[in-house]
Write a protein that binds this ligand. Structure first.
Ligand code: BTN
Length: 335
């Protein structure tokens, strides 16, 4: 199990309130359980509220936490609480505004940060996409986070973690939020043919060993049509646009993590690669489709036939099987 600091007083207070499931917790119980004064409890409540958590105070009775399924603030204490039973991810770092969560985590990784850290932000000023593209995300609307993993896998298997992340997002969006999410190789998640989530994995490795993999996930969550530039309207969608409902970001995050964590444990276990690839192949909407592949400035048209053991796509381009490890793929209209 990863290390967790449960002695943190904000964490302790939030756990007491969360375990009451929105019922009022008497101040006297909080004072006794926390071993601090009434003023101490009030100060912690103020600080949690200052970070966006909705906590109701009932005079002369106590405090109640608004249902955690409705809280939208990316509060790190709440996220740590939601991850309390997770076997891979354990600690959330929240920064209100940052250039890119990938950059922050790269610096932490270089300082030997342990596996299982998540960095999330309300706003990225230089969000990065695959192949040097930028990732845009208006303040407070989307879920943007990066995760640090140090898996004991051969260096050539780092790409499989991105496939696992895509499967996790697809599963969470479909099973919990009712979005008809589809996986486009390698790890875009689409709904109705438009992009709802992008994933970027960056690895540092040496032959035979992965030092770390930083997987960044951006989910267009509560974007309205008016938040999307006209030229992107044909290609971008959000959970709100697909379902007509606002989705609290910590809830979405926790559903992605429970699946991502289970898939990582599968991947690192016996038969892991075989199982993960079978799951990915069964759920990848690119397989069997006519596609346009762009790699190193060259375009190839063909039918996507398979995913190989390293997660590369195999495309039949007129009788020749092309293997593409890091290309852009576009789904074309079916023949
Ligand atoms: C893509 O589809 O091109 C990948 C987009 C990845 C975006 C996420 S948002 C969180 C993390 N931080 C970044 O700067 N990028 C990733």
């Amino acid at each position: 199990m990863p290390f967790r600091d449960k002695s943190n007083s904000r964490y302790k207070l939030l756990s007491l309130l969360a375990e009451a499931k929105s019922a009022v917790v008497p101040s006297s119980a909080l004072i006794a359980d926390m071993g601090i004064s009434r003023q101490g409890v009030a100060k912690l409540i103020r600080s949690l509220r200052g970070e966006g958590l909705e906590i109701i105070s009932i005079p002369r009775k106590g405090y109640a936490l608004e249902d955690i399924c409705n809280q939208d603030a990316l509060n790190p204490t709440l996220i740590d609480y939601l991850l309390k039973d997770d076997r891979v991810f354990s600690k959330c770092v929240y920064i209100e505004e940052v250039d890119s969560t990938q950059q922050v985590l790269k610096s932490l990784a270089a300082q030997d940060a342990p596996e299982g850290i998540i960095v999330t932000a309300d706003h990225q000023t230089r969000g990065r996409g695959r192949r040097g593209r930028t990732w845009l995300s208006p303040r407070g609307k989307n879920l943007c986070f990066s995760t640090l993993l140090r898996p004991e896998l051969p260096a050539g298997d780092a790409q499989l973690l991105s496939l696992a992340a895509g499967l996790a997002v697809r599963g969470a969006l479909r099973e919990r939020f009712g979005v008809e999410a589809e996986l486009k190789w390698p790890n875009d998640v689409l709904s109705g043919g438009k992009k709802i989530c992008g994933i970027l994995s960056e690895a540092a490795s040496e032959p035979g060993r992965i030092h770390y993999v930083i997987t960044g996930i951006g989910v267009n969550t509560n974007l309205k049509p008016c938040d999307i530039d006209a030229e992107m309207a044909e290609t971008v969608t959000s959970v709100l646009i697909e379902t007509g409902e606002y989705t609290p970001r910590p809830l979405l995050l926790s559903h992605i993590f429970s699946r991502f964590s289970a898939l990582i444990q599968t991947l690192c276990g016996p038969e892991g690669k075989t199982k993960l690839l079978a799951d990915y192949r069964a759920n990848c909407a690119t397989l069997g489709r006519k596609v346009r592949v762009t790699e190193n400035g060259r375009e190839y048209i063909g039918v996507a036939e398979d995913i190989n053991e390293q997660g590369a796509i195999i495309v039949n381009t007129g009788g020749r099987a092309g293997i593409f490890a890091a290309a852009d793929v576009q789904h074309l209209r079916q023949i």
